[in-house]
Design a protein around this ligand. Sequence first.
Ligand SMILES: [Zn+2]
Length: 411
Amino acid sequence: MSTDLTVNGRTYHWMQRPLVVVCVDGCQYEYITAAVAAGAAPFLGRLLGGAGTCFMADCVMPSFTNPNNLSIVTGVPPSVHGICGNYFFDPESGEEVMMNDPRHLRAGTILAAFSAAGAKVAVITAKDKLRKLLGHRMQGICFSSEKADQATLAENGIENVLGRVGMPVPSVYSAALSEFVFVAGVKLMERERPDLMYLSTTDYVQHKAAPGTPAANDFYAMMDRNLARLDELGATIVLTADHGMNAKHGADGQPIVIYLQDVLDAWLGEGKARVILPITDPYVVHHGALGSFALAYLPALGIEDAVAERIAKLPGIEIVLTRAVAAERFELPADRIGDLVVVSRCDTVIGTSRDRHDLSGLDVPLRSHGGTSEQKVPLLVNRSVGRQPDARRWRNFDAFDLGLNLAVPPG
Ligand SMILES: [Zn+2]
């Protein structure tokens, strides 16, 4: 049909057969290997065993959902597409602004480009917060399982989603919210057969259950069944993740938290500095808005290095970078991050003030993400690829490159 497309400086071949890119929210690699070892995920087991190609890739920092989903669908890091968290602080207005509105997006998506060139494109996401960003300027089908009952032909390119999928609208805090994404994806592939499909789940299960636990293995078994079906239907499948997930608590089950706003208040005066946690969003029950990444806005210029050095000495801190260094090292938009970027170690999270975190919703010991310790994610494809340079640093946002340019169709 059509020819190659260049999007954000990268060129993609037109698909020979349907491509499904799956972003499994919070998929630390160990979830897959543990489920395979337990016999719960035979299809993924075959991919790991040589029927497919498997890389360990790095996600973008911060290792949060929105920056990574947007990186995957644009093929570029946040320095280019602009989405670097759920929130950013606008120093001009003094307001914290939610970043889930497409007006904050600075790059077009691969999905929109292919739809404009005539490809049949479908996007299904678990939470509705991502839908508008992922579907920005895209023609085709785009809906969330969270609001599947409200999907209309005019707004979402599809109607009667519940009837087609055969499931009720799942709770926003459930494994079923992600299952709905997969089941709907399979139904679409059976009937509409989109050329390009992007499926994005939610990390509800991963926040609660460690790799290899029954709840985790059940989830990966569900995923495995649906992926096997997509494979059977002839789709090229690329599976990656937005970020990993790690335990963030001590042996007593209590979260290990650095309340950074309290710390800076003590050092610099009450409310002088402002700590922003870009993980904060309307759905914080399962992580209490606690992750391993924070931004700090300081009251004066010229004190960044001194404050950074002091924060870096707090137990549990991994690294503190000033704005320009962080923008460079983590590929972030310099105008949307703080004077300081603070990352905590694997087992530690960063909060604002102690009294601003409601941890009553944490019914199991905290598991979360955001840091460099959650940067390693799987990048799998159900195809062979040609020999790749050993030195290549694979990124989760190479997913479309892998699926469209490198995957060799069978037979
Ligand atoms: Zn996520």
